[in-house]
Design a protein around this ligand. Structure first.
Ligand SMILES: *Cc1c(COP(=O)(O)O)cnc(C)c1O
Length: 303
């Protein structure tokens, strides 16, 4: 007999809604824009963070959760919230030991409010966190013996399997699925879940071409090889997770007003911006249905 699914008690809204929206920047080119509202899956564990965490929460089966993130990590916040809701302890290893001596920012303060124990480590150690001896030391110093480790951004094989549900929900309903890309885990799963006549188009928020290799690595670990059609468009990052440009902010503010949709700036705004530019450039043939995955919502505490 299998154990009850702990995540069912959290009542996720699944499948997430798919909403057609009117936007003449798309309609003018014969394109249909659909918003895949993963931000509505759960108020405290929204979007791809739900899809990535749920299989890990099942595997952890109530053990303490240890994971990693930067000072503004949505993944840390989602893990902290999940731990509180499910009654299991959480430990967040945070990049930057200088932060230990400063007041917590909003994001980390919310992690702490959810009961997450924050462990600040210097950047050199943080970079080496997946080396066995570094991880072993972190676990020994900071976590109970039975802790369940989730990697940075939550993107392990189980997470990619969880995100395949996103692709499956879009089967037959779109031609291209656009998604923001931080670690590649969501893209890896999304592409694997799509049908053979669909493709995923990802917009990285970091510069550098390591994300294609990383996405492939995650697909290999989760599915045994490359799965589905996917590509990355590198043009629309702003040079770092937390960075934005005046142009991006203006685009996002206008999109929010036009569609009455709060737009998260770190990831979602960059994807919507890229998709709108590509549509305007005539990259997609007329008749293409574009599903934009709204992977998260703005952090309400900072708004
Ligand atoms: C974490 C996050 C992403 C990035 O997902 P990856 O699986 O790391 O690529 C995208 N959008 C939002 C809103 C996120 O919080």
């Amino acid at each position: 007999m299998s154990a009850p699914d702990p995540t069912a008690a959290l009542e996720p809204r699944l499948p997430s809604p798919l909403q057609p929206v009117d936007d003449e920047r798309f309609a003018r080119h014969g394109l249909r824009l659909l918003l895949k509202r993963d931000d509505l899956i759960h108020p405290d564990i929204p979007g791809n963070k739900w899809r990535k965490l749920a299989p890990n929460l099942r595997a952890a089966a109530g053990r303490p959760l240890l994971t990693f993130g930067g000072a503004y990590s949505n993944h840390l916040r989602a893990t902290a919230a999940a731990g509180r809701l499910l009654g299991c302890p959480t430990i967040g290893v945070v990049r930057g030991d200088e932060l230990a001596h400063r007041p917590l920012n909003d994001s980390l303060a919310r992690c702490a409010d959810h009961g997450m124990r924050l462990v600040f480590v210097d950047r050199a150690t943080y970079r080496r966190k997946s080396e066995p001896e570094v991880l072993a030391r972190l676990l020994r110093d900071s976590a109970p013996d039975d802790a369940y480790v989730i990697p940075e951004g939550g993107s392990n094989a189980l997470a990619a399997e969880g995100c395949a549900s996103l692709g499956r929900e879009l089967r037959g309903r779109a031609d291209v699925a656009a998604v923001a890309c931080g670690t590649g885990g969501t893209l890896a799963g999304l592409a694997a879940g799509l049908g053979p006549d669909q493709r995923a188009l990802a917009f990285p928020v970091l510069k550098g071409d390591f994300l294609a290799a990383e996405t492939l690595r995650i697909q290999r670990s989760a599915f045994g090889g490359r799965r589905g059609a996917w590509s990355l468009d590198e043009r629309f990052h702003c040079g770092g997770y937390a960075r934005t440009t005046p142009e991006l902010n203006a685009f996002a503010a206008e999109f929010e007003a036009r569609h009455e949709l709060p737009v998260e700036r770190t990831y979602v705004a960059k994807m919507l911006w890229g998709l709108t530019v590509l549509a305007t450039e005539g990259v997609f043939p007329p008749g293409t249905r574009l599903a934009a995955v709204i992977t998260g919502q703005p952090d309400s505490s900072s708004r």
